[in-house]
Design a protein around this ligand. Structure first.
Ligand SMILES: NC(=O)c1ccc[n+]([C@@H]2O[C@H](COP(=O)([O-])OP(=O)(O)OC[C@H]3O[C@@H](n4cnc5c(N)ncnc54)[C@H](OP(=O)(O)O)[C@@H]3O)[C@@H](O)[C@H]2O)c1
Length: 331
């Protein structure tokens, strides 16, 4: 066990609740402070997850000198202003995906974090998950030969609600920022390259958010196709085909419990199971706590370059779909 790290949670929505569940499993990560726009919500969250302090505004929470890291779980269009405010208050930041709505905002946050000598990371847990790491290891070891094709379905069926962050562009809705960021990180790791070409098609909702889409990323030697959306459920299967074998996961985007290695005749030759009974956020809490203990300013896997490369794909997808977040695109 190392030095205890005091975590603060900025907002009390759905994902903040999922994060709250994690602290009991990570003794060095202390559930310390929570800030909400509504003190009653902060108090309720504090009681539910055993936090020590509850604040009725984000600004008030950021005055607390004993916070070691702030986790931001607000809607995506709020991330830039919230992260900037945290950094300006001298706080290390782990901010939900997509960390900003565009690349220039993320670059501005990186410059500020550098100037203030603070930790900054997009909360992209997928590459930290053991089943993801196992697949990447099989690929590096040449177990499936050259990666040729990746297919993943990443969709949810939600009734249309213009006030929900899944549909409201003002809250950062859209498949590119919400779901694409996982897929782009996934494909980049498995192909070990940047895409040479991007083709995106899809459907915009009433306020111009991309609510259903399909993106094709062409890599040297292969391609990936991702289906993403909010209006139908699919099998959530993810498949990586190589010249000598295949890899398959179920439910990768909620943290696949198993990943399967197949030979070239579609026989399972190895199965790997997530070893701890943890969810993706657990791996994030564990490794970010270690980063803070070690005084790191950048996560060793989710580096700023990792996120910047993801934004290159995001920007091109937004351009092809004609998605723009208006006032929220500004610095
Ligand atoms: N990593 C993952 O697996 C994962 C999963 C789901 C979502 N996410 C990301 O997490 C973020 C939040 O998603 P969520 O589903 O938790 O959203 P949510 O349930 O709508 O919660 C967002 C919270 O942000 C705060 N907030 C601040 N300004 C707001 C505003 N103008 N309107 C609404 N809420 C506002 C609210 O907390 P207070 O009222 O307490 O201030 C609210 O409860 C998104 O960026 C999303 O992409 C990540």
């Amino acid at each position: 066990m190392g030095k205890k790290v005091n975590w603060a949670v900025l907002s009390t929505g759905r994902i903040a609740h999922e994060l709250g569940e994690c602290f009991a499993k990570h003794p060095d990560a202390v559930p310390y402070a929570v800030g909400s726009r509504d003190l009653a919500k902060a108090e309720a969250y504090k009681e539910e997850f055993g936090f020590q302090k509850a604040y009725g505004s984000y600004e008030e929470m950021l005055q607390d000198p004993d916070i070691d890291i702030v986790y931001i779980g607000t809607p995506t269009t709020m991330h830039y202003e919230n992260a900037k405010m945290c950094l300006e208050h001298g706080k290390n930041v782990l901010c939900e995906k997509a960390i900003t709505v565009n690349k220039k905002q993320f670059e501005a946050l990186c410059a500020l974090a550098k100037e203030k000598d603070l930790f900054l990371m997009e909360a992209m847990w997928l590459p930290l998950h053991p089943t993801f790491k196992k697949a990447a290891e099989w690929i590096r070891e040449g177990r499936i030969g050259d990666v040729q094709y990746i297919k993943a379905e990443h969709t949810f069926q939600h009734p249309y609600d213009p006030t929900d962050r899944g549909f409201s562009k003002a809250l950062g809705a859209g498949t590119i920022l919400d779901l694409g960021v996982y897929n782009f990180a996934f494909a980049g790791e498995m192909f070990g390259a940047k895409p040479e070409k991007i083709n995106m098609i899809g459907r915009l909702g009433p306020d111009g958010a991309d609510i259903d889409s399909q993106v094709q990323l062409i890599y040297p030697g292969g391609y990936a196709i991702f289906t993403m959306g909010y209006t139908s459920d699919t099998t959530a299967n993810t498949f990586i085909a190589g010249s000598k074998g295949k890899i398959q996961y179920n439910e990768i985007y909620t943290g696949a419990k198993y990943v399967y290695l197949y030979d070239d005749r579609m026989r399972i030759v190895e199965t790997y199971a997530e070893p701890n009974g943890w969810v993706g956020l657990d791996y994030e809490v564990e490794s970010v706590t270690e980063c803070i203990q070690q005084g790191k300013k950048m996560h060793p896997v989710i580096t700023w370059d990792h996120t910047l490369e993801m934004f290159d794909i995001v920007e091109e997808c937004k351009r092809q779909m004609g998605v723009d977040y208006g006032e929220f695109e500004a610095l």
